[in-house]
Design a protein around this ligand. Structure first.
Ligand code: BGC
Length: 438
């Protein structure tokens, strides 16, 4: 077959995504660090420890990202480093973030910066974190300080990473560090405060850098009735309901400014239209049974990633992009990846998911960039070091790095702004009939 190629636009952003607590190491002053020291909290007793040693030497991995042909990177700031005690701001920590952001520019990558990615200063948790209203003032003050100190080096902003995942894992499931108050009773209040924190940060950014795009990274999941293929009507109704609460509620709130019951009510000042792009974190689809959030109940043909994390379902990426067109804003895929230590799935995962983006772009849908999760293996929250998402492999003990084949493949894609049949033949020949039929 003659070589065939899918081209992406010249200004497409090719990146990877990381978060502070997962890569920096020694974040001793946040709630995750404390949580990790307790028995039974993290799978196999994992601890973040030195993580990927970014606080000392992020530059080493940014070199790898540059070698990978990336022109963008998404990272997060650690609130507990920047404001180790209430109203005490650490200039040395901000200085280190300036170095890291400058290092990205020096390597030809534009930074997308997240203000909150799951971890909290210990002092904030002691005061009641997102269940108390004063968090909005604290978050505004933190955001203002950050934008004043770092804003000149930031291309795009994410205020909050995956608010719904955060609420479910922290306040309902108990998989994340336990807050003082938990359960359904606090959820509407926490969501109300999270939305107001988002608005406060959005306003802080816009007041100083009106042109800088800002938004949220929203985890979107394709929910379907269980069991696959023969769900009962109740399961179908339930799946639609879960999808509307988990996927749509937050986005609709930002879009319209109104909070829908049962997770809230009324209009919030400044909320309507408080996003310049839709940030999509997409990983997988889930099957729902009436009364349960979701379960690992996939069909027989499903390709399932490490640790039963989820099914590889590239069509879902196209679906969530299509659903997001209704907001009429540019779209970034702010995370997408797969736990796969042996790299048995990732090359095909990359090709098949990027092909869905290519399809979207071919319809002139405004998908502007892709940030793969993740550049390098890192501390995977309650799953510790048991799941490996890196294009580059890390041995956390020896700190040795090794390129996975998928990392080489991604480099070829980023450098050529394309996916070719030749790449597919070399990295995932089984996909040829799907990617390049005929
Ligand atoms: C989070 C990341 C996490 C990834 C893989 C996303 O929900 O934003 O921090 O590592 O999923 O589980």
């Amino acid at each position: 077959m003659a070589q065939a190629t899918m081209y992406f636009p010249d200004d497409f952003l090719w990146g990877t995504a990381t978060s502070s607590h997962q890569v920096e190491g020694n974040n001793e002053n946040n709630d995750w660090w404390q949580w990790e020291q307790q028995e039974g909290t993290i799978l196999e007793g994992g601890r973040s420890g030195r993580a990927c040693n970014w606080w000392e030497n992020a530059e080493a991995d940014l070199d790898l990202a540059a070698e990978m042909g990336n022109n963008a990177h998404r990272l997060s700031l650690e609130w507990s480093r920047i404001e180790p005690e209430p109203s005490v701001f650490d200039d040395a920590a901000l200085g280190r973030y300036r170095e890291i952001l400058q290092a990205l520019h020096d390597r030809g990558m534009q930074p997308m910066v997240t203000l909150h990615h799951f971890s909290n200063p210990v002092w904030l948790v002691e005061k009641g974190d997102f269940s108390v209203e004063i968090v909005v003032d604290y978050f505004r003050r933190y955001a203002e300080h950050v934008v004043d100190s770092l804003g000149d080096l930031v291309a795009q902003w994410v205020t909050i990473n995956e608010p719904m995942v955060y609420v479910v894992a922290r306040y309902l499931e108990g998989a994340f560090p336990a807050p003082k108050q938990r359960g359904w009773g606090v959820v509407p209040r926490v969501l109300n405060h999270l939305l107001r924190c988002h608005v406060a940060a959005y306003e802080a950014i816009k007041a100083r850098y009106p042109q800088a795009p800002a938004g949220v990274a929203k985890n979107l999941i394709v929910f379907q009735p269980a069991p696959p293929g023969r769900g009962s009507p109740l399961n179908a109704w339930w799946a639609a309901r879960i999808s509307s609460l988990f996927n749509d509620w937050w986005m609709e709130a930002m879009h319209t400014g109104r909070l829908r019951r049962p997770l809230g009510s009324g209009q919030l000042r400044g909320l309507q239209g408080s996003f310049d792009f839709v940030g999509i974190n997409y990983y997988t689809r889930r099957y729902c049974r009436f009364g349960k959030l979701y379960e690992s109940d996939w069909g027989e043909d499903a390709i399932v990633s490490d640790g039963n994390y989820g099914e590889v379902y590239p069509d879902g990426l196209f679906q969530v992009i299509k659903q997001s067109l209704r907001y009429g804003k540019p779209i970034y895929i702010t995370e997408n990846g797969v736990p796969d230590a042996a790299d048995r799935l990732r090359p095909a995962f990359l090709l098949s998911h990027l092909r869905e983006i290519w399809r979207a772009v071919s319809f002139n849908w405004p998908v502007m960039g892709y940030y793969h999760w993740s550049l390098i293996d890192n501390f995977e929250w309650e799953r510790g070091w048991t799941q490996r998402f890196g294009l580059v492999e890390l041995d956390p003990e020896s700190q040795q790095r090794r390129w996975r084949p998928s990392g080489r493949l991604y480099a070829e894609i980023c450098k050529s702004f394309s996916i070719s049949s030749d790449m597919a033949e070399r990295y995932a020949p089984e996909l040829m009939p799907v990617l390049f039929p005929g």
